[in-house]
Design a protein around this ligand. Structure first.
Ligand code: ATP
Length: 605
């Protein structure tokens, strides 16, 4: 309340006039401070934000408005007035401006936070140059190379000619193993588009393919198989390899019998040859290279199924296999097929220069990752270590432009087998977008995710079976945090990332790659849904045939990641549902573009 004789503080603040004539100079600001002393009563107002030391996502500097004091608008300047980029430049002025109002503790705290920020900045600078997020985003969205219209039409025409596996003329044992043990549970068995195109070409039975002319300047035949996710690429390269092995086996057997007969003959005349030393142990005839141990197990499982009837020896080797088992699997018997990760295979090749001397076939699955900058030297070294290589097959669901141009220089004669729908996510996968910034989530993305999962579990689909959902995140650290959060909301979630403790046992993945699981009606708490929270480790190649729901908690960085993650649902003609969560950092226009492309069934190029 205003009383005459006493100063009005509002006026004092505005006029900044001295009030009472006293011995000490009494300014308006000091008066306000001494009387209201809001800072002392409400210290929280002056406490620096605890986030000041937390590195925020760097924002691209926009054009700054310049204050011109004179009217030459900076035209007469001879020196560029660019501020040096130092740590303090962004927030030192703020610190200075409010410094006089601080007490000692606050100053100390402030100093600590500045130090923290400096340390963080130094760490970031040491890690490499800072990139502006927009440019980083654009750089990471590597464009995919799509097939031309003519190629698509040619491929479509070719597809019409093939309808059954019997048309390929595979070795009888291989065909029997395929139809009985691998696809035996299907009512109608017919090859998929990539199998129709690739198997005749790799077997040398494609009349349109003149191999002699095509590979006249090359030591071996090279093929690139590019087909959509979940389209049966594994069998497309595995069947021709096994067919060759079985054919060669028959030839070798005939030769050995002939040799034996000759030796028998020679023995009659006393000329006995020394028996040949068996050099086949630890020398595989064919090698399949895959990027992860999960894929070693998956491809290996298909090979094992085929081996039961087709009778060949295969070995699976990855970092999950103990040393004594690797030794046993590799060196105790002659080996036909080795499924391995590149790092281990490179070690074997370095240790034994002749390790791949009997190898005639190499298949590189997920070729786009195995030929990217980090893996390419290893993969190339392995290929170079096979002197008798006859066929090299590179296989992937996504061919980035960078890989395409690298292949043109490394393997100029490579024959491309591309399905018409490559780089497209099947239309049977429906994509929905959930904006976590909108009501009712208000920026709480984990809550949005839990809510969506809750709704899925109650939607009445997949009656009688446990629903399986995969949630993909971008960062490893998020896996555990999100998984714990979902568990706290009563959702049965498990996590899988590169360093997960239970990764070695593969138990986590087994459930999601396995067949449909009926709900246990006898259990006290009936489990309606199981959720896997994972990174890209489970996005490539993992055959989650019975997973219908894929949630992209983070928007993937690239179109390639989009294709692989969405590819975990809607495999082999099944229906699927994908949900992507957006927030204010998301490029919503891009997500919309992806959604439109999926709706149209076109490539996500
Ligand atoms: N001709 C076929 N008919 C029916 N099912 C098949 C056929 N060929 C393969 N499959 C099955 O389809 C599933 C997917 O196959 P596969 O893992 O080889 O796909 P992919 O193209 O390699 O997928 P990704 O690109 O994700 O690695 C497997 O379970 C496989 O058994």
């Amino acid at each position: 309340m205003f009383r005459p004789g006493l100063p009005c503080w509002r006026c004092l603040r505005q006029l900044a006039l001295p009030t009472t004539p006293s011995s000490t100079t009494y300014t308006a600001s000091s008066a306000v401070r001494s009387i209201t002393s809001s800072s002392r009563r409400k210290p929280s107002r002056l406490v620096l934000s605890p986030k000041v030391a937390t590195p925020s996502t760097p924002v691209a500097p926009g054009p700054t408005k310049k204050k011109t004091t004179n009217h030459d608008y900076g035209l007469n300047k001879t020196v560029a007035n660019i501020k040096p980029r130092n740590v303090n430049s962004r927030f030192a002025p703020k610190v200075k401006a409010i410094a006089p109002t601080r007490n000692k503790n606050l100053k100390a705290k402030e100093g600590e936070e500045v130090e923290d920020f400096k340390k963080e900045k130094k760490r970031k600078d040491d890690d490499g140059p800072r990139e502006r997020p927009m440019f980083k985003m654009l750089k990471m969205r590597r464009a995919l190379e799509g097939p031309s219209m003519t190629t698509r039409q040619m491929m479509r025409a070719k597809l019409e000619d093939v309808h059954s596996f019997q048309q390929f003329g595979l070795e009888p044992v291989v065909e029997e193993a395929l139809l009985k043990d691998v696809l035996g549970d299907l009512t109608t068995i017919e090859p998929t588009p990539v199998q129709r195109l690739a198997i005749p070409a790799l077997l040398g039975k494609d009349p349109a393919l003149n191999k002699k002319k095509l590979f006249q300047n090359s030591k071996y035949e090279s093929y690139l198989l590019a087909a959509e996710t979940g389209s049966g690429k594994t069998l497309a390269y595995l069947l021709p390899i096994l067919d060759y092995i079985k054919k060669q086996e028959a030839i070798t057997k005939a030769e050995e019998e002939k040799k034996k007969a000759e030796q028998q003959n020679n023995r009659l005349f006393g000329d006995i040859e020394a028996p040949e030393v068996d050099d086949k142990n630890g020398k595989p005839k064919a090698v399949v290279i895959v990027p992860t141990s999960e894929l070693v197990n998956q491809v290996g499982a298909v090979a094992k199924k085929l081996a039961y009837i087709a009778k060949f020896r295969s070995a699976l080797v990855s970092r999950d296999v103990p040393g004594h088992l690797i030794r046993k699997r590799l060196f105790s018997q002659p080996l036909e097929l080795l499924v391995c990760t590149p790092a281990l295979l490179e070690i074997f090749c370095k240790e034994d220069k002749g390790f791949l001397q009997n190898c005639t076939h190499i298949a590189v699955d997920e070729a786009d990752s195995l030929f990217d900058r980090s893996f390419a030297p290893i993969t190339n070294a392995i290929i170079d270590a096979a002197p008798n290589l006859k066929q090299l097959v590179l296989c992937s669901a996504t061919i980035p432009k960078s890989l395409d141009s690298r292949l043109r220089t490394t393997f100029p004669e490579i024959h491309r087998i591309v399905t018409p729908n490559v780089h497209a996510v099947p239309r049977r996968v429906q994509l929905s977008v959930v904006d976590s910034d909108a009501e009712p989530y208000r920026g709480n993305k984990p809550l949005a995710c839990a809510d969506v999962l809750h709704n899925i579990s109650k939607d009445g689909t997949e009656a009688g079976f446990v629903k399986k959902a995969i949630v993909f995140v971008n960062e490893r650290e998020t896996t555990k945090l999100l998984c714990d959060y979902l568990r706290s909301k009563g959702i049965d979630a498990v996590e899988l990332e590169r360093d997960s403790p239970d990764r070695a046992s593969s138990k986590v993945l087994e459930f999601f790659t396995g067949p449909k699981t009926p709900i246990d009606e006898t259990a006290e708490k009936k489990n309606q849904m199981k959720v896997l929270v994972t990174t890209d480790i489970a996005s490539r190649g993992i055959d989650t045939k019975h997973v219908k729901n894929v949630l992209l908690f983070d928007v993937p960085h690239t179109t390639i990641d989009f294709i692989h993650r969405l590819g975990r649902a809607g495999r082999m003609g099944r229906r699927g549902r994908a949900i992507v969560f957006t927030d204010k950092k998301t490029d919503k226009a891009w997500v919309k573009e992806i959604k439109t492309s999926m709706h149209m069934g076109s490539s996500l190029c």
